[in-house]
Design a protein around this ligand. Structure first.
Ligand SMILES: C[S@@+](CC[C@H](N)C(=O)[O-])C[C@H]1O[C@@H](n2cnc3c(N)ncnc32)[C@H](O)[C@@H]1O
Length: 233
């Protein structure tokens, strides 16, 4: 039984940053969602287990919008001493991630198929995250859809509260216009310091794997912008 649900979306988050599309799901993904999700889903764990996940001595990294989970799988394999929480409302992607988590016998990944705003309100404690990663968020490139963009001041203020002192927020996008918007929004949150020398973008750090949407953007000739900020200590 889920302890939190999508109905708990607050009024503040009435405008969603996503459109739920179940699309085609393989038999394996369906099995993973019914059999493995209860085991790996943070919101289905007891309050004590959630507390243990966030309170452990292991740094916790949150990936928001993990898609099929390729990046979080690579990071969990290379940073075995860290815990990872991978979140995406796209259930076929979560199904794929669960299949791989089980077959690679990874024990440092938890997942959720809920809107991240629900987890921020109900599950993730303040001051608990070592790093938050948002790789290639939906750009909602039409002006009339800009209000659907995930990266907005109130959202980043909630992320700031969840970071530990000196915790990192790492965003990447292949849309120049969204990258400029993100830098602009970040400038309104002085407690998040941009680590790049000129206060804008960096190149991809080696600890960030290339993602599926990134490869798609690169094929189209897009430039990629990494924006890394650190919370005041
Ligand atoms: C463009 S895809 C990028 C996927 C992956 N990070 C990559 O680079 O290949 C953005 C993802 O964010 C997810 N997403 C958007 N808003 C979300 C929200 N509020 N909570 C959780 N996931 C969300 C979407 O479902 C989608 O899978």
């Amino acid at each position: 039984m889920k302890t939190v649900s999508e109905e708990q979306t607050t009024k503040h988050h009435a405008i969603r940053s996503f459109v739920r599309r179940e699309g085609r799901m393989t038999a394996g993904q369906k099995r993973a969602l019914s059999e493995l999700l209860p085991r790996f889903d943070i919101s289905q764990q007891s309050k004590q287990k959630q507390k243990d996940f966030f309170d452990s001595s292991r740094p916790v990294e949150l990936e928001i919008g993990c898609g099929n989970g390729d990046a979080v799988l690579a990071m969990a394999e290379s940073r075995t001493e860290h815990n990872f929480l991978a979140v995406d409302v796209h259930r076929p992607g979560i199904g794929k991630l669960l299949i791989e988590t089980e077959s690679r016998q990874l024990t440092n990944i938890s997942v959720s198929d809920l809107d991240i705003n629900i987890l921020l309100t109900n599950v993730i404690p303040d001051g608990s995250l070592f790093r938050v990663m948002i790789f290639f968020p939906d750009p909602w490139h039409k002006k009339k859809h800009h209000k659907r963009r995930l990266i907005q001041v109130p959202f980043l203020s909630s992320i700031l509260a969840k970071l530990i002192p000196s915790g990192e927020l790492h965003i990447a996008t292949d849309w120049q216009d969204y990258a400029d918007h993100i830098v602009n929004v970040l400038e309104q949150i002085p407690a998040l310091h941009n680590v790049s020398e000129n206060g804008s973008y960096t190149s991809r750090p080696t600890h960030r794997p290339e993602t599926r949407f990134e490869r798609r953007g690169l094929k189209l000739g897009h430039e990629v912008f990494d924006i890394i900020t650190r919370k005041s200590s």
